[in-house]
Design a protein around this ligand. Structure first.
Ligand code: ADP
Ligand code: ADP
Length: 226
């Protein structure tokens, strides 16, 4: 049972004006060490599906298993990167990365070396002492990426991590994520509303539809270099 298995996942939100079905019976598998993108229009359920896999949103019914273990809540082995800039402004780059490790219970002795490695991996070497306010939006998202990667999770979930950035930076950072994946071979699930970004980065694309909550197609991309 390697990889991520989604078993008939349903998510329903109840609110005063009725119910919203955000995910409507998704059964899919993410092969271990693969790079899968989820694309679809706004509101089709991409973020909700990712949140279920991250253990941040309980499924109304159905289940998610990662490497044979049922997801019941957030887990150290699942890293998440969101669109919003989540750097802590009063901590420099190193401290941002180390603080996340401290929260995750990484011993003090291990933190500095792991932070340095992650900072180098995302191309921020030389910026260890910089504060987020002095960095561009793209570089702040690199910090967010480093913070997640420093924990060396087996699974990395990204929810439109670069959507708030200009297109050039987005393309550049997309290529960086791809390069990092080629080095680490973590299992990556990448949510984007940009189909060309998905084609460029991933090995497989799940297309979600305007009939919300459904994966209507799975596209396998043949990569020339593999
Ligand atoms: P996407 O990421 O594809 O834009 P979402 O997963 O964010 O889609 O949302 C899917 C649907 O679920 C939308 O109709 C959205 O309004 C609704 N939804 C998402 N989160 C909540 C919530 N916490 N409460 C109520 N409705 C929600
Ligand atoms: P990227 O996401 O590729 O870093 P940015 O738009 O964030 O793109 O920045 C472009 C380049 O400008 C960076 O690669 C970096 O070399 C440089 N840069 C951005 N912010 C700073 C800064 N605060 N100090 C020095 N160089 C910076």
């Amino acid at each position: 049972m390697e990889g991520i298995h989604l078993n008939d996942v349903h998510v329903q939100f109840d609110h005063p004006s009725g119910i919203t079905i955000a995910v409507d019976g998704v059964t899919q598998r993410v092969p271990p060490r693969s790079f899968v993108s989820i694309v679809g229009p706004s509101g089709c359920g991409k973020s909700t599906l990712l949140a279920v896999i991250a253990g941040l949103q309980p499924a109304t019914s159905g289940s998610v298993d990662i490497n044979g273990r049922r997801v019941t809540g957030p887990d150290r082995d699942i890293g998440v990167v969101f669109q919003e800039d989540s750097t802590l402004p009063w901590r420099n780059v190193s401290e941002n990365v180390e603080f996340a490790m401290q929260m995750a219970g990484v011993s003090k002795g291990e933190r500095a070396a792991k932070a340095a490695a992650a900072i180098e991996l995302v191309g921020l070497k030389g910026f260890e002492s910089s504060y987020p306010a002095t960095l561009s939006g793209g570089m702040r998202q690199r910090v967010a990426l480093a913070r997640t990667l420093a924990l060396q999770p087996g699974v990395v979930l990204m929810d439109e991590p670069f959507a708030a950035l200009d297109q050039q930076t987005r393309i550049f950072l997309g290529a960086e994520v791809r390069r990092i994946w080629e080095q680490t071979h973590q299992t990556v699930l990448f949510v984007t509303h940009d189909i060309s970004e998905a084609i460029l980065l991933s090995q497989q694309i799940w297309v979600m539809s305007y009939r919300p909550g459904h994966v209507i197609d799975v596209i396998d991309i043949d990569l020339p270099d593999e």
